[in-house]
Design a protein around this ligand. Structure first.
Ligand SMILES: [Zn+2]
Length: 213
């Protein structure tokens, strides 16, 4: 059996792009339509404060929940500003399920990481650092899933793969930059044969710009 090859990809349109391909406006205070670093940082700070606080019993507590609520609001705002402009139907997708799945997915991952690290008897500082890494990885992945859920619910069947365009982008994803991909046919995103969308591969920081159909 021959291994599946990455599909031939269409380059992003040159020059003046059609309306649906235009880069969505960046939310104020961020550098663009990407999983926002500031949101991840705020979640990490809140989590570390909770873990350091004896009254929260060393678990993610009220600071974490408040930060997550803010983060969800910010991400949905981003999704609306970015996705809705491209997909008017998404305005009607209040998407409470995607929102709840996002919040519980991130919290469950963080809780699990804290429990595991504590079971290994690591110091509080190491515990906080480990948990912060888990927050970042899961926020990136879950954010990508939230965008996908909203876009697909609104009838999008494809997207443009967008990388961070820095030196940390893995080679396979450099090749995917600017290409059009289908939600139902994920491209080769990891060696040797991992197929996925932006955010699916471990620690992938790429993002998808949904295209209306
Ligand atoms: Zn990537």
């Amino acid at each position: 059996m021959t291994p599946r090859q990455p599909r031939a990809v269409r380059p992003a349109p040159a020059g003046r792009a059609p309306r649906v391909h235009r880069r969505p406006p960046a939310p104020r205070g961020s550098r663009g339509p990407r999983p926002p670093d500031a949101i991840i940082k705020r979640l990490q700070v809140a989590l570390e404060a909770d873990l350091d606080d004896p009254t929260t019993d060393g678990r993610p507590g009220h600071r974490w929940r408040a930060a997550l609520l803010t983060a969800t609001g910010a991400l949905l705002l981003w999704a609306r500003r970015g996705v809705v402009q491209v997909l008017p139907a998404a305005r009607n997708v209040a998407d409470p399920d995607a929102r709840r799945a996002w919040e519980s997915g991130v919290t469950a991952a963080v809780n699990k990481s804290v429990r595991r690290a504590r079971a290994r008897g690591v110091s509080q500082a190491v515990l906080a650092a480990l948990a912060a890494g888990v927050v970042a990885a899961h926020v990136l992945r879950e954010h990508a899933r939230l965008v996908q859920a909203i876009a697909r619910a609104a009838g999008s069947d494809s997207y443009i793969w967008i990388t961070r365009k820095d030196t940390k982008v893995r080679h396979l994803h450099v090749l995917l930059e600017g290409t059009t991909q289908r939600w139902d046919d994920p491209p080769l995103a990891g060696e040797p044969d991992f197929f996925g969308h932006p955010g699916d591969a471990a620690e992938c920081r790429c993002n998808a710009w949904p295209i209306a159909t």
